[in-house]
Design a protein around this ligand. Structure first.
Ligand code: MLT
Ligand code: ZN
Length: 461
């Protein structure tokens, strides 16, 4: 390490290299809490030249690199627990003005989603990605995980809003993936490969992001309902109305109870088994007028955009409220939306059986068929034991997901937590293709080792 540190010291200033315990611990983990962080060093470069130099030194010293953004991931994709070099992009902060001709904006990887939103606040245009962790999540991480979030029903995942990516590749060279082109049908699309690769194929330094027109006047409704079937009927109804649906979320009454325990400032909601929270783009000056043609389920609460924060607090506080309750083991599955009603019924029966000692909270993005299954265990049980216990039930849970032709990772990615489940739901052939792609683009195997899949020998063991 001494030699490597000396070499790093030639390209980085002392405040850009940290080996102290607390920095290593905090930069070595994401929002998952099941691994012991143990990176060798944390590097915080400011320039592309420094980033390239770091990759070349990693090749020379046979070090491994964990690219690091806001570390809000929920699958361990940014965890460094095997003496890796964490390369944080947090000092890559430049945002350029909007390109009005192309409707795009160029920014560096360390810009947070909130900073980008602030930059665009007074413009007609916006980058239509939104998620609860926007204050910390950074552009590089959002692209690397192909983040989903609250607006997928209208805008899709992050990948739809990326024009080009500047990447430091596995040989330390810079690649501009797709240039500034809107139309480019010239062979394999490496931009798409890098998006969602969880930092295994290179380090994203900056990106050109596509923008779209900001919706004019939004209307938000929270409806108490009794069954997932009723939630789906409502979804079909509002989806088929003349207005564009911006979001359609759902959560169980157990989630509301957990939120209310944590947020004394929130009022209790009308009694129900399930709650749907949805948003319309009304495109009118008077969004409430839309309700004259659209009957709402009894007990629905309605808010204009100005008052929407209060309604969204019930949904956006779930993750934090569960984290305060105990250990949280997260599943992030999706099934075809038309199968949701039957899937959730089967899921509830299975969960009652396999997680009888724990609490189960269901919520997520109904319109995307995406169910977040959160298992919460008491802190009196050791974290490792809780993890082991939950993992021992995965075969049962993912057999159900597979029977519904579902995915084991709708939006959180695979990281280190879902590798076995990836094998089950995507199958060994496709995981082998992933390994081959990685071997070609990262010939020295330096980027984010052990994430998404293991080396082939371990794979089939
Ligand atoms: C959400 O939908 O709130 C996020 O995916 C976070 C979570 O699943 O906890
Ligand atoms: Zn989610």
């Amino acid at each position: 390490l001494k030699k490597a540190l000396l070499a790093l010291g030639n390209v980085l200033s002392p405040d850009e290299i940290s080996t102290d315990e607390s920095t290593r611990l905090s930069y070595g983990q994401d929002w998952t809490r099941f691994s012991h962080p143990d990176p060798e060093v944390v590097l915080r470069p400011r320039t592309l030249d420094q980033l390239q130099a770091i990759v070349r030194l990693a090749i020379e010293f046979q070090a491994k690199i964990v690219p690091s953004g806001g570390r809000t991931g929920l699958a361990g994709g940014a965890v460094a627990s095997h003496r890796e070099w964490v390369v944080s992009l947090e000092r890559f902060k430049r945002i350029e003005p909007v390109d009005a001709l192309d409707l795009s904006i160029r920014c560096e990887a360390g810009v947070t989603l909130l900073e980008l939103q602030e930059q665009l606040r007074n413009s007609l245009w916006h980058w239509p990605v939104d998620l609860a962790s926007k204050g910390s999540a950074q552009i590089g991480g959002l692209l690397s995980t192909n983040a989903g979030g609250l607006r997928v029903v209208r805008y899709g995942h992050v990948r739809r809003w990326v024009q080009s990516i500047t990447l430091v590749d596995g040989t330390g060279n810079i690649q501009v993936l797709n240039g500034e082109l809107d139309k480019n049908n010239s062979g394999y699309n490496f931009r798409e490969l890098v998006i969602g690769a969880e930092g295994t194929l290179g380090i994203i330094a900056s990106a050109q992001l596509k923008l779209t027109r900001r919706p004019r006047d939004l209307l938000h409704v929270l409806s108490p309902l009794n069954s997932i079937g009723e939630c789906l009927e409502l979804l079909a109804e509002v989806r088929n109305s003349a207005l564009d649906l911006e979001a359609f979320e759902f959560f169980s009454k157990a989630c509301v109870a957990a939120v209310l325990q944590n947020r004394a400032d929130l009022k209790s909601l009308p009694e129900a088994n399930w709650y749907c929270l949805w948003t319309w783009d009304t495109a009118t000056e008077d969004p409430l007028s839309c309700l004259s043609t659209q009957p709402l389920p009894g007990g629905s609460l309605v808010a204009t955009d100005i008052e929407a924060k209060d309604l969204w607090a019930y949904r956006e506080s779930i993750t934090e409220s569960l984290a305060l309750r105990g250990w949280v083991y997260k599943h992030d599955v999706s099934v075809p939306p038309r199968q949701l009603s039957s899937f959730v019924k089967d899921l509830e029966i299975l969960c009652a059986k396999i997680y009888s000692e724990f609490e189960v909270f269901l919520f997520g993005h109904l319109a995307d068929g995406n169910v977040h299954i959160n298992i919460v265990g008491p802190r009196s049980v050791a974290a490792e034991e809780f993890l082991r216990e939950c993992e021992s039930k995965n075969a049962d849970l993912y057999s159900l997901v597979k029977a519904y032709s579902g995915s084991c990772a709708a939006e959180h990615g695979i990281g280190i937590l879902k590798k076995q489940e990836l094998l089950l739901t995507r199958g060994p052939t496709q995981v082998e293709w992933m390994r081959l792609v990685k071997a070609s683009l990262d010939p020295h195997q330096i980027f984010n080792p052990g994430k998404i899949f293991d080396k082939s020998a371990e794979l089939h063991s």
